[in-house]
Design a protein around this ligand. Structure first.
Ligand code: ADP
Length: 543
């Protein structure tokens, strides 16, 4: 007998049907390779997504089978987000920034049956095609090229399908809908599978007012790639609320993003810090009289910007706030769907002054509902939430992964009592604000004392002449390890080690915490998800 509520599974299909019924007139905009904009309604999205699901079923896609995507951010990728699960399959986003060998290895490991690929990415596909054989390859004519012989046309697939006669594959809420591989910065990439249930719960939590605060009137610009932790889950939230999406396609250069922002002003955007660093520098340079871009761009005042995936320097938050844009920092990982913490103004901070508001915004934030978070010291003891005691962050919750796809559970990744070990080192203060000091592998231990590379690089980036900076540990005969700062100067600026030392001392760093050395570099290397790639710097300098 039913004793409490109805036993209705949480399902992405509900979000898709809701969007078709309620938001059919709302808009989805995609920037094409030639930079023109393609406009699309949620009504078309609903119909085309059902057509895709119907076609996949007709091709015999079985429950739980993977369909890979190798695509930029655009409307057809959104169709895959919902159409593949609607047919009972699992959408597996391949990261197009990885090397061809890595992509091929991942597709093979995931045993992807079909592939949806942008025509502009066919040269990349060809480089790994021999490593994994997809049964069918559907080419999305993103740039309008004719689909080569031997491959299938995504548009023809949809045109031949019957969206009206389509019936959803029966499913449980725990069935998988999507899959992402971790970027593998710490070993072979590992697959994380998200379920209907985890995705819906994550979407509901992340959409809350203090976090994404999704509103029907929002215009969302997802710069975070749809292959990077599902663009942090935003596509699901956008469809849930029918908000207008503006997909940037392949054009992620700051000038291109600023052009798009001028054309289709967003109210909400998301991306890793390096994206916004480039964007604000280009924008501020354009304000100078005599700049070739003078007057070309405006930033939409009042826009909220979700920034995460790496520590967000306070200087960046202040810079955007000068133009009326507020940055909300979040912390999470592929394994956690990803949103685990978000920095937002809690009630206790209502009367906080500006410095305090900025200081808080530069923290990783407060755990969101349904995520349990604890910090464990080296001795395995829970650390007090005193804002000082540091340890590894461990998390648990209904949208945190419980295992990895097709690999034995590594003892080191989960604790005996079932919490995920994140490998991030942090403290938590009495208000619950998490402060990430490092990844375990980035820690600097000097003479028995930890130095936070994140604190140092953020402070260096607060210097007005610095464009970007990353701090790494280098071996030292006397102290074990010492910090080295790799610094990129802003164009035309001169800067010496003494200037940065003085700046850091002024920010409260002790003398022994200052970098031993500064390397002046042209750019900080980036990972496949656009973050600072300290491993590359260590390979070069930490010998
Ligand atoms: P990868 O960085 O390996 O590509 P993810 O995208 O899953 O993989 O990144 C997760 C990691 O990113 C976290 O474990 C953490 O180290 C880092 N990270 C994410 N958000 C933040 C943040 N707000 N501050 C500092 N580090 C962050």
């Amino acid at each position: 007998m039913q004793t409490t509520m109805m036993d209705v599974p949480l399902s992405l299909n509900h979000l898709l049907e809701r969007a078709g019924r309620l938001f059919a007139g709302n808009e989805i905009v995609s920037r094409l390779p030639d930079k023109s904009l393609r406009r699309h309604t949620y009504g078309e999205f609903h119909r085309r997504t059902r057509a895709l699901a119907s076609a996949l079923q007709r091709l015999g896609l079985k429950k739980g089978e993977r369909v890979a995507t190798l695509c930029w951010n655009h409307h057809a990728h959104l169709e895959c987000y919902f159409g593949i699960p609607a047919a009972g399959g699992v959408m597996h986003t391949l990261n197009l920034r990885l090397s061809a060998d890595e992509i091929g290895w991942i597709a093979g490991h995931a045993q992807d049956r079909f592939l949806v690929v942008d025509d502009v990415l066919l040269p990349l596909y060809r480089q790994f095609a021999q490593l994994h054989s997809f049964e069918r390859v559907f080419v999305f004519p993103f740039s309008g090229q004719t689909v080569p012989d031997g491959l299938d046309d995504y548009e023809a697939l949809l045109a031949d399908a019957d969206p009206d006669g389509f019936e959803y594959a029966p499913h449980d809420e725990d069935d998988p809908v999507a899959m992402c591989y971790t970027s593998g910065t710490t070993g072979r990439p590992k697959g994380v599978a998200y379920s209907h249930r985890s995705t819906v719960l994550h979407t509901l939590v992340a959409s809350l007012g203090d976090f994404w605060g999704l509103r029907g009137t929002d215009v969302v610009l997802p710069v975070t790639p749809m292959f990077h932790a599902n663009s942090w889950g935003m596509p699901y939230g956008a469809v849930m609320m029918g908000v207008k999406m503006v997909f940037p396609g392949p054009h992620l250069h700051p000038d291109d993003l600023l052009d798009l922002i001028r054309q289709e002003p967003p109210t909400l955007s998301l991306g890793v810090p390096t994206i916004w660093m480039g964007l604000i520098q280009a924008y501020e340079a354009s304000l100078a009289e005599g700049s070739p871009n003078h007057g070309r761009w405006t930033l939409p005042r009042g826009m909220r910007s979700l920034v995460g995936g790496a520590a967000v320097p306070e200087a960046l938050i202040r810079a955007f706030d000068r133009h009326g844009i507020w940055i909300l920092q979040g912390w999470g990982m592929t394994e956690t769907s990803p949103v685990c913490t978000i920095s937002y103004p809690r009630a206790e901070l209502r009367d906080a002054d500006d410095d305090e508001r900025y200081r808080r915004a530069a923290l990783a934030g407060v755990p969101v509902p349904l995520v349990d978070l604890r910090v464990r010291g080296e001795d395995g003891a829970d650390q007090p939430w005193d804002g000082r005691s540091v340890g590894e962050i461990q998390v648990r919750g209904p949208f945190i992964t419980g295992s990895y796809h097709a690999v034995p559970v590594e003892a080191g990744k989960f604790t005996g009592d079932g919490w995920l070990r994140t490998g991030d080192v942090a403290s938590v203060d009495p208000l619950g604000f998490v402060r990430i000091t490092d990844r375990t592998k980035d820690l600097i231990k000097s003479g028995g004392e930890w130095i936070s590379s994140v604190d140092l690089e953020n402070a260096v980036m607060g210097h007005p002449a610095v464009a970007e900076a990353a701090v790494i540990a280098i071996p030292d005969a006397k102290w074990g390890e010492r910090p080295l700062a790799c610094v990129v100067k802003k164009p035309g600026q001169s800067l010496a080690a003494q200037d940065l030392d003085a700046h850091l001392l002024g920010k409260g760093f002790a003398k022994w915490q200052l970098p031993d050395r500064y390397e002046w570099i042209d750019a900080v290397p980036r990972t496949s998800t656009g973050k600072f790639w300290k491993l590359k710097l260590r390979e070069k300098y930490a010998r």
